[in-house]
Design a protein around this ligand. Structure first.
Ligand code: F6P
Length: 550
């Protein structure tokens, strides 16, 4: 395909620029850090440690303009059906709209319904927390068990963990997602039926993992307290009223959301009920308001001062011009340890696509990178070796609050020193001469120096973004999450893909449904020889184990 003017320009920019190192750029411009930092409310975003100069940045901005990014942002916020393969609007932003602005889908203002469900969540979460809504035997419901998977799990799981400091003292949250019976068994071993509220969270209410886990929990509860107890111990979060009723949950105990809320964008909806229960509705609302602040920034800031847009463009620069298809997110905050898993779904399920909006297969550029990460400093002692000395660079997002919620002696200063040192080390590197000089100063002989100096050198020039928030509050967390959502959308716009469908998860589901009866009754379908052989092997092992157990 012929290159568009903006892409052709970027190809030329890459040829001009790609040998330039960040050390050179910093040496040339004392002002670089200030110039390439955006401060927004409690957030500092320093993107100066990336491989670009003014010309590259303006070429990237032109790429965004070529894709009419400003209009496309407006399309999302105003309810245009931008999820084209499912013919749906994409309005997670409406869930955190606290303005009076109506938002229309098919000529209907969705805001009154959104406000109604918010109010219902407030009333219910307060009633559970203050003990007005109780379990069947009159006990306070203090164990909250969210049963869901993917977007109906990862968001609330990550946010409740991130806001642990805000939990009510007597409330405990559990999450069951995996179909592996162990997930259910381990939680049920810990909770007491009389004090447990199960939240069945499923947008479609057809997901096999969630429904199987929910049935197991329901049976467990009914066995302990009887069928009548279900109404006090089960609520549903879904878009599918009929399926909720069929499952045996009273639809009065259902909190609705709508098909304009994508699973991985749903923590702001009723799917956030476990958050409201754990941290209180006011803190849940603060989370929404933080996201709303980022929404307003994304909508109104000029492209070159727009945090999600800059993040997206830098990501595209590495992905499509440097051909680096990996991306690390490293929060230096124990409370944010699940953020990378959450972002994995957000980013990879949204932008792991290879069909364009014009229905053509993508053959000449790359879309979403593989995202991974973990909490610092732990990961410094696991995969950071590859980040520093592997053959390919991995662009990294570093995230840290300036003030910890657990300030204790020197802990947080050591943490801060580490994050700043890692970003500096990745960029600066260490030459073989520097490594040799260090070895010499340590008294090593020349043969040892010769043997070790290359191993002890670092190429450097490895890029990173630095995000510093004042403190990890619900509001600031909302801002951070929304920032990533908008980065993902911006990249989807530029890659011309639908960031809001997920057809890629379907094939495996279909085949699992075929294989399931074959594990019991023997292979009937026409599989490849590997799959057939593995099914038979597993059948033999299980048959023996069951005979033994009997
Ligand atoms: O894995 C596919 C997916 O559809 C995700 O997009 C979604 O978050 C998850 O399954 C759960 O779906 P549901 O909420 O409908 O149970």
């Amino acid at each position: 395909m012929a290159l568009s003017p903006a892409v052709a320009n970027l190809v030329e920019e890459y040829k001009r620029f790609n040998k330039t190192t960040m050390n050179e750029l910093f040496a040339l411009d004392n002002n670089r850090a200030e110039k390439y930092t955006i401060e927004f409310e409690d957030l500092i975003f320093d993107y100066s440690k990336n491989r670009f100069d003014d010309k590259v940045l303006s070429a990237l901005i032109k790429l965004a303009e070529e894709h009419n990014l400003k209009n496309r942002i407006n399309d999302m916020f105003t309810g245009k059906k931008i999820n084209v393969t499912e013919n749906r609007a994409v309005l997670h932003t409406a869930l955190r709209n606290f303005s009076d602005t109506p938002i229309y889908v098919d000529n209907v203002d969705v805001m009154p319904e959104i406000r109604r469900v918010r109010e219902k969540m407030k009333t219910f979460s307060e009633a559970v927390r203050n003990g007005t809504f109780r379990g069947f035997t009159g006990k306070k419901l203090t164990n909250i068990v969210n049963i869901g998977i993917g977007g109906s799990d990862l968001g609330p799981y990550m946010v409740t963990a991130a806001l642990k400091k805000y939990w009510a003292k007597d409330i405990k949250c559990y999450f069951i997602s995996n179909i592996d019976g162990t997930a259910c068994a381990e939680v049920l071993n810990e909770v007491n039926p009389e004090e447990t509220l199960f939240i069945v969270a499923s947008k479609t209410f057809t997901t096999i993992e969630t429904l199987t886990n929910a049935r197991t929990c329901r049976d467990w509860l009914v066995k302990a307290l009887g069928e009548q107890a279900v109404a006090n111990h089960f609520v549903a979060l879904s878009t599918n009223t009929k399926a909720v009723a069929e499952f045996g949950i009273n639809t009065d105990n259902m909190f609705e959301f709508w098909d304009f809320v994508g699973g991985r964008y749903s923590l702001w909806s009723a799917i956030g009920l476990s958050i409201a229960l754990a941290v209180g509705y006011d803190n849940f609302e603060a989370l929404l308001k933080g996201a709303e602040a980022m929404d307003n920034h994304f909508k109104t800031a000029p492209l070159d001062k727009n945090i999600p847009v800059i993040m997206a463009l830098i990501g595209i620069w590495y992905n499509d011009y440097y051909n680096i298809h990996r991306y690390g997110v490293i929060p230096y905050d124990q409370y944010l340890k699940f953020l990378p898993s959450y972002l994995q779904q957000l980013d990879m399920e949204s932008n792991g696509k290879s069909v364009r909006l014009d229905n053509k297969k993508i053959t000449d550029y790359a879309t979403g990178p593989a995202l991974f990460g973990g909490a610092g400093t732990d990961v410094q002692h696991s995969f950071f070796q590859l980040l520093h000395q592997g053959t390919e660079p991995v662009p990294v997002d570093f995230i840290i609050p300036a003030v910890s919620q657990n300030e204790n002696g020197k802990h947080h200063e050591i943490l801060l020193a580490n994050i700043l040192a890692q970003a500096e080390a990745l960029m600066k590197g260490k030459t073989t001469d520097e490594a040799a000089a260090e070895l010499r100063a340590a008294g090593k002989d020349e043969a040892t120096i010769e043997k070790l100096k290359l191993n002890k050198s670092f190429d450097g020039n490895r890029p990173s973004n630095m995000f510093i928030i004042n403190q990890l509050t619900p509001y600031n967390l909302g801002m951070l999450i929304a920032m990533y959502e908008h980065k993902v959308y911006t990249q989807g716009v530029i890659w011309e893909i639908d960031s809001f469908d997920q057809w890629g998860v379907e094939l495996g589901k279909q085949l699992a449904l075929k294989i399931l009866p074959e594990l019991e009754n023997g292979v009937t379908a026409n599989h490849d020889s590997s799959t057939t052989r593995l099914i038979n092997k597993v059948r033999t092992i299980r048959a023996k184990a069951v005979t033994k157990a009997a």
